[in-house]
Design a protein around this ligand. Structure first.
Ligand SMILES: C[S@@+](CC[C@H](N)C(=O)[O-])C[C@H]1O[C@@H](n2cnc3c(N)ncnc32)[C@H](O)[C@@H]1O
Length: 257
């Protein structure tokens, strides 16, 4: 009798933006050529907006921290890095990278008002149906004078085309990770932050083209190996400013006293 052929389980197909996707992709977070590679490039750019801590014991709260990709880029800046996320499998990896983790919803964070010198909300607002509540929480957590840094996708036709129709067909972004109905209108975000006492300044950003093409080419040839991307930025594509905020944008602003 012939052996039965091994049955391989197809990856489950989940609805767009279903948080269980992060469990299915748990092994990708820290892979240098993994599905989350672009998050590493963005984390580097986000961390560049964070100055060194101005006092001992300063706290940085990282909302939707995922697997803690921001951590290597904060090294030496003097912050205690607290990460808040819904996904346990991601938090376990964040903890292994030195992040103090809190398994909670970014719309209801179990931390006290004004505890944070910096709040980071990287690539999370566009995943939360009530993004305004995340903004309210971010601003509540900030001490007067504290800094909010974020990046997200704009609610435009161009963002849907670039971030979903194009990028999700490339190996830099997992397929189905976004629900474009949740993308965040830039003007509404600025207005919401202002309502909570944070004057947010925006700028458009994108990965630089030659570096991205070279990365894709090296990935195709299986040449992206070695240390995790987050610790070896020398050959990863840079995130550069653009004139337009129509697709991907960064925000930075301080809470008024
Ligand atoms: C695209 S990943 C970004 C992760 C990380 N900020 C980074 O840039 O590497 C989005 C993360 O947000 C988390 N997330 C989604 N909705 C959330 C919510 N309501 N509260 C907390 N975390 C949430 C997901 O679990 C996931 O880890």
């Amino acid at each position: 009798m012939r052996d039965a052929a091994p049955v391989s389980t197809p990856p489950r197909v989940l609805p767009p933006n279903d948080p269980r996707q992060y469990d299915d992709l748990a092994g990708e977070w820290w892979r240098p050529d993994g599905a989350f590679a672009m998050l590493h490039w963005l984390a580097r750019a986000r961390a560049a907006m964070v100055p060194p801590a101005s006092r001992p014991g300063a706290l940085l709260v990282d909302l939707g921290c995922g697997a803690g990709l921001l951590a290597p880029h904060l090294a030496g800046k003097g912050y205690r890095h607290v990460g808040v996320d819904l996904t346990r499998s991601a938090l376990d990896q964040a903890a292994a990278h030195g992040v103090t983790v809190v398994n909670a919803d970014a719309t209801a964070v179990p931390l006290v008002d004004g505890c944070a010198d910096v709040v980071s909300a990287g690539e999370v607002l566009e995943h939360v149906p009530q993004w305004r509540r995340v903004v309210a929480e971010a601003c509540r957590l900030l001490r007067p004078g504290g800094l909010l840094v974020l990046d997200t996708l704009n609610d435009t036709v161009l963002a849907r085309l670039v971030a979903v129709e194009i990028s999700e067909r490339l190996p830099t972004v997992p397929r189905g990770i976004h629900d474009p109905r949740l993308f965040v209108d830039a003007r509404e975000l600025v207005a919401e932050c202002a309502r909570h006492g944070v004057g947010l300044r925006l700028r458009g950003i994108r990965p630089e083209l030659p570096g991205t093409l070279s990365w894709l080419f090296r990935r195709m040839r299986g040449r992206i190996v070695g240390r995790p991307v987050g610790t070896d930025g020398s050959r990863e594509p840079r995130i550069v400013p653009t004139r337009s905020t129509a697709v991907l944008y960064q925000g930075c602003g301080r809470r008024s006293g």
